[in-house]
Design a binder for this molecule. Sequence first.
Ligand code: NDP
Length: 259
Amino acid sequence: MLAHFEECFTWFNDEDIRMPRVALVTGGTRGIGASIACALEEAGYRVAANYAGNIDAADAFRDRTGIPVFQWDVSRHEACAAGIGQVEAVLGPIDILVNNAGIVRDSMLHRMNKEQWDAVVRTNLDSLFNMCRPLIEGMRARRFGRIINISSINGQKGQVGQTNYAAAKAAELGFTRALALESARFGITVNAICPGYTSTEMLAAVSPDVMEKAILPQIPVGRLGQPEDIARAVVFLAAEEAGFITGSTLSINGGQHMC
Ligand code: NDP
């Protein structure tokens, strides 16, 4: 236990006081992100959770976990820089960034409007630039960083009604590999996780009939993912000992990527 706790410490200042590393999870107050934030905190990190605007969910999460919450829209460039500044003022330099915030606005392309396209691309993809750009210089200077991008099986396989989402999630994988190459010599790893269908509010729009007849039969293990299935992998990739894993895409989908 002690050895595990020491894994996530950083040298904090000239007096050699070691402080736990700081992790920021975007979209960290609900669903997969909330589970990631809790798992990182349990592993000994100091954690901040960002959210978009659902204050009730954020308050409930903060009251339940004690993890501080910070509101900003990850699709807005200036808001991300300001939000990162607020987190670092409270917790110190961010060493671990989990780009988890994401939305869907499903529609067949022949009915999709520009707002649906823009909202999904800005929230799922532009957010990676908006969040990584202000943080990467500090990570390079400190010679340590862990960036974990939550993509999707639908970015790997495509999905009907999701040209916007599949395009943004596939682009996340290219971003991951390019930044991994740029950052490898600086002790920074950049990896992606592609969850399969995972039990969160994001799946609320899927009817029970579609779930039963169309989705579950495609999943070899025969069940939906749980947020904890994804969170465990994030803790693994965030560890000091994961420094040789970079530019990887981890498929966590009950075997669905093989079907
Ligand atoms: P949820 O809808 O359950 O939660 C989304 C979280 O992201 C919320 O905390 C929400 O904040 C936040 N968020 C949304 N938009 C923004 C924004 N513009 N700025 C800041 N925060 C934002 O999603 P999931 O937990 O299901 O999904 C998490 C990630 O996993 C997403 O990237 C998703 O694409 C991916 N994924 C999910 C799968 C699934 O089956 N659930 C499958 C594959 C990938 P607020 O509460 O304020 O709205």
